[in-house]
Design a protein around this ligand. Structure first.
Ligand SMILES: Nc1nc2c(ncn2[C@@H]2O[C@H](COP(=O)(O)OP(=O)(O)OP(=O)(O)O)[C@@H](O)[C@H]2O)c(=O)[nH]1
Ligand SMILES: [Mg+2]
Length: 426
C-alpha cells in the first residue's frame, strides 16, 4: 500500500520558570537578587531523509513531544535547556498546519530541516531585572508555553514521468511492460486507485521513475472521479506521457485529449506547461491505424504509436522520455521560501507606527525605544513588583525577545528601556 498523507501532532517543550532568590552573604546585609533564568523548552524539527521512503510509519496519528526546559536555580544558576526533537520524514514531504492549512515547508532535499514547533523561552529569574527604583525585585517570569500543532504531511510521488489519460486506456499495462511494477490491470474504469511507481531502465543506460496514475475524467480538477487526489501526484512529474486509446473503445481520442489537457490546465501549478509526449496505445487492435491517421490530422503534433502486446514503439517512447528528462528541470511547487514564512508571527504586530523599536547600541547592548513603548513604561510603576511584572508581560506579549533573536541578540545581552535594564534570554 502506498501511503502519502499523514497527520501528526507535535508539542514543543515549555520554557523553564525563572527563579526568585537572593544572595545572603555575611557582610552584605540585604544581598542582591540571584534567581537564575529557566532553560528553553525543546523545539521539534522535521528533517528530510533518504532513509525513509513513505509516510507509512506515521499512519496512525503519531505524537512527538519535546521536553520542558528546567527551572532556574538559586545563585544565578541557569536551568538546563531541553534537547530538540528531530523527526525524519521522506524527501519530498510537504508540511502544512492542519488548522487553516498553512504551508510550513517543503522538505525537498536531503538533510533539509524545518522547525514545526518552537520551544518556549525560559523565564527570567529576578537577577535579570535592574532598575534604579526596584533594586531587589521579588519577581520572576514563568517559562513561555510550548506550541501544540497538528500537522498534515503530504508526500508527493517523486516520479519523473507521469502517465495520464482516461480510465482503461492502458496506462497500467504500459508501466507493467516497461518496469518491474505489477499494477492491477483490467478493462473496467478506475482499476488503478492508488498510484504505482516503477523504475524504468532504458537501453542507453539511463533510468527514470514512471508513475501510473489513476484515470482522469472531465471535472477531475473539481474532484470528479478520483479527481484532485491524483492530480496532486502529477505535480512533481517532470514529464507527462498522455495515453490515448486507439481501440474501438467508443470514445473519441481527440476529445479525450482536449478534455485531459483542460483538466491539467484548470488544476494549475503550470501543469500544462510541462513537456508532454502523446502516445497512441493499443495499436495492435483492429482499426487502430485508421484512427491514428485521423488523430494525427487533428492534433498536428508528434504521436508515438505503441502496443503493450507487440511492444511496438516502446523503445522509441522510452528514448524520447529519457532525452526530454535530460533537458527538463525540476518544477518548483511553491514560489516562496519557507524561511520567509517560518517566523512570520514576529512581523504581524506592525501598525502604522510601531509600538516599539529595537536598536543595537553596541556589542551585546540593545535599546528598546518607540513613543508608545516609552509611554507605557512611564505609566507603569516598576518600583512595585506588580508593576514590574506588568511591564515584563507587556514585553513578552509584544514578542520583543523574538525580534531581538532575529536581530542576533545573544543569551545574557543587556536590554535597556529608558532607566530600566534586563537581560535577554534565549
Ligand atoms: N489490445 C490491447 N489491449 C491493451 C493494451 N494495453 C492495455 N490493454 C487492455 O486495456 C484494458 C485496460 O488496461 P489498464 O492498463 O488497466 O488501463 P488503465 O489506463 O491503467 O486504466 P485505469 O487504471 O482504470 O485508469 C485492459 O483490459 C488491458 O488488457 C494494448 O496494448 N493492446
Ligand atoms: Mg490503471
Amino acid at each position: 500500500m502506498f501511503i502519502d498523507r499523514a497527520v501528526i501532532e507535535v508539542r514543543s517543550g515549555k520554557g523553564g520558570d525563572g527563579a526568585i532568590a537572593f544572595l545572603r552573604e555575611k557582610y552584605v546585609p540585604k544581598g542582591g537578587p540571584a534567581g537564575g533564568n529557566g532553560g528553553r523548552g525543546g523545539s521539534i524539527y522535521l528533517r528530510a531523509s533518504k532513509t525513509i521512503n513513505t509516510l507509512f510509519n506515521f499512519r496512525h496519528s503519531k505524537t512527538f513531544i519535546a521536553n520542558d526546559g528546567e527551572k532556574g536555580g538559586i545563585k544565578n544558576q541557569y536551568g538546563k535547556y531541553a534537547e530538540d526533537v528531530i523527526v525524519d520524514v521522506p524527501i519530498g514531504t510537504v508540511v502544512f498546519e492542519e488548522k487553516d492549512h498553512v504551508f510550513l515547508g517543503d522538505l525537498n532535499e536531503e538533510g533539509k530541516m524545518i522547525r514545526v514547533a518552537k520551544g518556549g523561552r525560559g523565564g527570567r529569574g529576578n537577577s535579570c531585572f535592574k532598575s534604579s527604583t526596584n533594586r531587589v525585585p521579588k519577581i520572576a517570569e514563568n517559562g513561555e508555553p510550548g506550541e501544540r500543532k497538528r500537522l498534515i504531511l503530504e508526500l508527493k510521488l517523486l516520479a519523473d514521468v507521469g502517465l495520464v489519460g482516461f480510465p482503461s486506456v492502458g496506462k497500467s499495462t504500459l508501466l507493467s511492460v516497461v518496469s518491474a511494477a505489477r499494477p492491477e490491470i483490467a478493462d473496467y474504469p478506475f482499476t488503478t486507485i492508488v498510484p504505482n511507481l516503477g523504475v524504468v531502465s532504458v537501453k542507453d543506460g539511463s533510468s527514470f521513475v514512471m508513475a501510473d496514475l489513476p484515470g482522469l475524467i472531465e471535472g477531475a480538477h473539481q474532484g470528479k472521479g478520483l479527481g484532485l487526489q491524483f492530480l496532486r501526484h502529477i505535480e512533481r512529474c517532470r514529464l507527462i506521457v498522455h495515453v490515448l486509446d486507439m481501440s474501438e473503445s467508443g470514445r473519441d481520442p481527440f476529445e479525450d485529449y482536449k478534455i485531459i489537457n483542460k483538466e491539467l490546465e484548470a488544476y494549475g501549478f503550470a501543469l500544462d506547461k510541462r513537456p508532454q509526449i502523446i502516445v497512441a496505445s493499443k495499436m495492435d487492435e483492429e482499426g487502430a491505424e485508421e484512427r491514428l491517421k485521423k488523430l494525427k490530422k487533428q492534433i498536428k503534433k508528434d504521436i508515438i504509436p505503441i502496443s503493450a502486446i507487440t511492444e511496438e514503439g516502446i523503445d522509441e517512447l522510452l528514448y524520447k522520455c529519457a532525452a526530454l528528462l535530460k533537458e527538463t528541470p525540476v518544477f518548483p511547487l511553491f514560489e516562496k521560501e519557507e524561511e520567509e514564512l517560518l517566523d512570520h508571527k514576529t512581523y504581524t504586530l506592525m501598525e502604522e507606527e510601531p509600538f516599539f523599536t529595537v536598536t543595537r547600541i553596541k556589542n551585546h547592548v540593545w535599546n528598546i525605544g518607540g513613543e508608545k513603548m516609552l509611554k507605557f513604561y512611564k505609566m507603569t510603576n516598576i518600583s512595585t513588583d506588580e508593576g514590574m511584572m506588568l511591564l515584563m508581560s507587556k514585553i513578552r506579549s509584544l514578542r520583543i525577545d523574538d525580534v531581538l533573536e532575529n536581530m542576533g541578540a545573544e543569551d545574557g545581552d543587556t536590554v535597556i528601556l529608558d532607566d530600566f535594564e534586563f537581560e535577554y534570554v534565549r
